[in-house]
Design a protein around this ligand. Structure first.
Ligand code: IMP
Length: 197
Protein backbone atom coordinates (compact mmCIF):
# COMPACT_ATOMS: atom_id res chain seq x y z
CA UNK A 1 0.00 0.00 0.00
CA UNK A 2 1.33 3.44 -0.96
CA UNK A 3 0.24 6.80 0.42
CA UNK A 4 1.18 10.12 -1.14
CA UNK A 5 1.65 12.87 1.46
CA UNK A 6 1.22 16.30 -0.11
CA UNK A 7 4.42 17.87 1.14
CA UNK A 8 7.87 18.72 -0.10
CA UNK A 9 9.06 19.27 3.48
CA UNK A 10 11.37 16.44 4.57
CA UNK A 11 10.64 16.91 8.28
CA UNK A 12 6.88 16.59 7.83
CA UNK A 13 7.34 13.59 5.54
CA UNK A 14 9.47 11.76 8.13
CA UNK A 15 6.91 12.47 10.86
CA UNK A 16 4.08 10.93 8.84
CA UNK A 17 6.21 8.07 7.51
CA UNK A 18 7.28 7.13 11.06
CA UNK A 19 3.64 6.70 12.05
CA UNK A 20 2.48 4.79 8.98
CA UNK A 21 5.41 2.68 7.88
CA UNK A 22 5.07 0.19 10.74
CA UNK A 23 1.51 -0.36 9.47
CA UNK A 24 2.90 -1.56 6.15
CA UNK A 25 2.28 1.72 4.32
CA UNK A 26 4.93 3.19 2.04
CA UNK A 27 4.82 6.99 2.28
CA UNK A 28 5.82 9.15 -0.70
CA UNK A 29 6.21 12.93 -0.81
CA UNK A 30 5.54 15.19 -3.78
CA UNK A 31 9.26 15.27 -4.58
CA UNK A 32 9.01 11.54 -5.33
CA UNK A 33 6.61 12.24 -8.23
CA UNK A 34 7.97 12.49 -11.76
CA UNK A 35 5.95 15.58 -12.62
CA UNK A 36 5.54 18.55 -10.31
CA UNK A 37 1.94 19.43 -9.55
CA UNK A 38 1.17 22.94 -8.40
CA UNK A 39 -1.79 23.71 -6.16
CA UNK A 40 -2.69 27.32 -5.41
CA UNK A 41 -3.82 27.56 -1.80
CA UNK A 42 -6.55 30.17 -2.17
CA UNK A 43 -9.19 28.79 0.20
CA UNK A 44 -10.73 30.72 3.10
CA UNK A 45 -10.07 27.91 5.57
CA UNK A 46 -7.31 25.44 6.34
CA UNK A 47 -9.60 22.51 5.56
CA UNK A 48 -10.57 24.00 2.17
CA UNK A 49 -6.90 24.31 1.23
CA UNK A 50 -6.07 20.80 2.43
CA UNK A 51 -9.05 19.41 0.43
CA UNK A 52 -7.95 21.22 -2.70
CA UNK A 53 -4.41 19.82 -2.35
CA UNK A 54 -5.66 16.29 -1.63
CA UNK A 55 -8.18 16.25 -4.51
CA UNK A 56 -5.73 17.67 -7.05
CA UNK A 57 -3.08 15.09 -6.18
CA UNK A 58 -5.59 12.23 -6.03
CA UNK A 59 -6.95 13.07 -9.47
CA UNK A 60 -3.46 13.46 -10.95
CA UNK A 61 -1.91 10.30 -9.50
CA UNK A 62 -4.61 7.85 -8.35
CA UNK A 63 -2.67 7.25 -5.12
CA UNK A 64 -4.32 7.40 -1.72
CA UNK A 65 -3.44 10.94 -0.57
CA UNK A 66 -2.95 12.78 2.72
CA UNK A 67 -2.75 16.59 2.65
CA UNK A 68 -2.48 19.20 5.38
CA UNK A 69 -2.69 22.93 5.77
CA UNK A 70 -1.81 24.87 8.87
CA UNK A 71 -1.17 28.29 10.31
CA UNK A 72 -1.32 30.62 13.27
CA UNK A 73 -4.53 32.32 14.46
CA UNK A 74 -4.41 35.27 16.87
CA UNK A 75 -7.65 35.96 18.75
CA UNK A 76 -7.10 39.74 19.10
CA UNK A 77 -6.61 39.96 15.32
CA UNK A 78 -9.84 38.14 14.47
CA UNK A 79 -7.97 34.91 13.65
CA UNK A 80 -5.27 36.52 11.45
CA UNK A 81 -2.83 35.64 9.99
CA UNK A 82 -4.77 32.33 9.58
CA UNK A 83 -4.65 30.95 6.04
CA UNK A 84 -2.34 33.85 5.14
CA UNK A 85 0.31 32.79 7.70
CA UNK A 86 3.07 32.04 5.20
CA UNK A 87 2.67 35.35 3.35
CA UNK A 88 1.48 37.64 6.16
CA UNK A 89 4.08 40.31 5.36
CA UNK A 90 4.06 39.75 1.60
CA UNK A 91 4.82 37.36 -1.22
CA UNK A 92 8.44 36.95 -0.14
CA UNK A 93 7.23 34.44 2.52
CA UNK A 94 9.74 35.80 5.06
CA UNK A 95 9.45 34.34 8.56
CA UNK A 96 11.32 37.37 9.94
CA UNK A 97 9.02 39.89 8.29
CA UNK A 98 5.89 37.92 9.26
CA UNK A 99 6.94 37.86 12.94
CA UNK A 100 7.82 41.54 12.88
CA UNK A 101 4.40 42.44 11.50
CA UNK A 102 2.62 40.33 14.11
CA UNK A 103 4.63 41.76 17.03
CA UNK A 104 3.93 45.28 15.76
CA UNK A 105 0.20 44.61 15.52
CA UNK A 106 0.11 43.27 19.07
CA UNK A 107 2.21 46.04 20.62
CA UNK A 108 0.57 47.39 23.78
CA UNK A 109 -1.42 44.15 24.29
CA UNK A 110 -0.73 41.97 27.30
CA UNK A 111 -1.65 38.62 28.80
CA UNK A 112 -4.89 37.14 27.45
CA UNK A 113 -4.94 39.75 24.68
CA UNK A 114 -2.00 37.88 23.16
CA UNK A 115 -3.72 34.47 23.07
CA UNK A 116 -3.27 32.50 19.86
CA UNK A 117 -3.31 28.97 18.48
CA UNK A 118 -1.82 26.92 15.71
CA UNK A 119 -4.33 24.90 13.71
CA UNK A 120 -3.67 22.05 11.31
CA UNK A 121 -6.29 20.46 9.07
CA UNK A 122 -5.63 17.11 7.48
CA UNK A 123 -7.57 15.50 4.64
CA UNK A 124 -7.23 11.92 3.44
CA UNK A 125 -8.60 10.44 0.22
CA UNK A 126 -8.47 6.68 -0.18
CA UNK A 127 -7.64 4.90 -3.44
CA UNK A 128 -11.39 4.41 -3.89
CA UNK A 129 -12.08 8.10 -3.38
CA UNK A 130 -13.39 8.05 0.21
CA UNK A 131 -12.57 11.34 1.94
CA UNK A 132 -12.11 12.01 5.68
CA UNK A 133 -10.69 14.97 7.58
CA UNK A 134 -9.54 15.91 11.08
CA UNK A 135 -7.89 18.85 12.82
CA UNK A 136 -5.35 19.44 15.56
CA UNK A 137 -4.80 22.57 17.63
CA UNK A 138 -2.04 23.92 19.87
CA UNK A 139 -3.09 26.78 22.18
CA UNK A 140 -0.73 29.39 23.56
CA UNK A 141 0.20 33.05 23.37
CA UNK A 142 2.40 35.40 21.39
CA UNK A 143 5.62 36.33 23.22
CA UNK A 144 6.62 39.98 23.68
CA UNK A 145 9.74 39.41 21.61
CA UNK A 146 11.40 36.58 19.71
CA UNK A 147 13.36 33.89 21.54
CA UNK A 148 15.14 30.73 20.40
CA UNK A 149 17.09 29.87 17.33
CA UNK A 150 15.26 26.96 15.73
CA UNK A 151 13.52 29.18 13.28
CA UNK A 152 10.52 27.78 11.52
CA UNK A 153 7.61 30.07 10.82
CA UNK A 154 6.32 31.72 14.00
CA UNK A 155 8.04 29.33 16.45
CA UNK A 156 10.27 32.04 18.03
CA UNK A 157 7.24 34.08 19.14
CA UNK A 158 4.79 31.30 20.14
CA UNK A 159 4.64 30.10 23.76
CA UNK A 160 2.53 26.93 24.21
CA UNK A 161 0.00 27.03 27.05
CA UNK A 162 1.58 26.04 30.38
CA UNK A 163 5.11 26.74 29.15
CA UNK A 164 7.56 29.61 29.55
CA UNK A 165 9.56 28.73 26.46
CA UNK A 166 8.82 29.59 22.86
CA UNK A 167 8.49 26.71 20.40
CA UNK A 168 11.88 27.71 18.97
CA UNK A 169 13.36 26.80 22.37
CA UNK A 170 11.91 23.27 22.19
CA UNK A 171 13.85 20.39 20.66
CA UNK A 172 12.28 19.03 17.48
CA UNK A 173 11.29 15.81 19.29
CA UNK A 174 9.62 17.80 22.07
CA UNK A 175 7.76 19.99 19.59
CA UNK A 176 6.65 17.02 17.49
CA UNK A 177 4.96 15.49 20.55
CA UNK A 178 2.62 18.44 21.13
CA UNK A 179 2.33 20.10 17.74
CA UNK A 180 -0.96 20.86 15.99
CA UNK A 181 0.30 18.63 13.15
CA UNK A 182 0.92 15.70 15.49
CA UNK A 183 -2.52 16.19 17.02
CA UNK A 184 -4.19 16.28 13.60
CA UNK A 185 -2.28 13.18 12.57
CA UNK A 186 -3.30 11.31 15.72
CA UNK A 187 -6.93 12.32 15.12
CA UNK A 188 -7.00 11.25 11.46
CA UNK A 189 -5.02 8.02 11.86
CA UNK A 190 -7.89 5.84 13.17
CA UNK A 191 -10.14 7.26 10.42
CA UNK A 192 -7.76 6.33 7.60
CA UNK A 193 -6.56 2.92 8.79
CA UNK A 194 -9.71 1.09 7.57
CA UNK A 195 -9.18 2.59 4.09
CA UNK A 196 -5.54 1.80 3.57
CA UNK A 197 -5.99 -1.40 1.52
P1 IMP B 1 2.06 25.03 5.99
O1 IMP B 1 0.74 24.43 6.32
O2 IMP B 1 3.21 24.15 6.41
O3 IMP B 1 2.14 25.52 4.58
O4 IMP B 1 2.22 26.32 6.93
C1 IMP B 1 1.80 27.61 6.58
C2 IMP B 1 2.48 28.63 7.44
O5 IMP B 1 1.98 28.57 8.78
C3 IMP B 1 4.00 28.43 7.59
O6 IMP B 1 4.69 29.07 6.55
C4 IMP B 1 4.27 29.09 8.93
O7 IMP B 1 4.38 30.49 8.77
C5 IMP B 1 3.00 28.79 9.72
N1 IMP B 1 3.17 27.56 10.52
C6 IMP B 1 2.52 26.37 10.35
N2 IMP B 1 2.92 25.46 11.26
C7 IMP B 1 3.85 26.09 12.02
C8 IMP B 1 4.65 25.67 13.13
O8 IMP B 1 4.62 24.52 13.60
N3 IMP B 1 5.47 26.61 13.65
C9 IMP B 1 5.56 27.88 13.17
N4 IMP B 1 4.87 28.31 12.14
C10 IMP B 1 4.01 27.43 11.56
Amino acid sequence: MTLLFATGNGGKLREVAALLEDKGVKVLGINDLEDSIEVIEDGDTFVANAKKKARTLFEATGYAVLADDSGLCVDALGGAPGVHSARYAGEAKSDEANMERLLRELSGKEGKERSAYFLCSMVFISKRGIEVDAAGRLDGEIALSRRGDKVFGYDPIFIPEGSRRTLAEYSLEEKNKISHRKRALSAILPLILPHLN
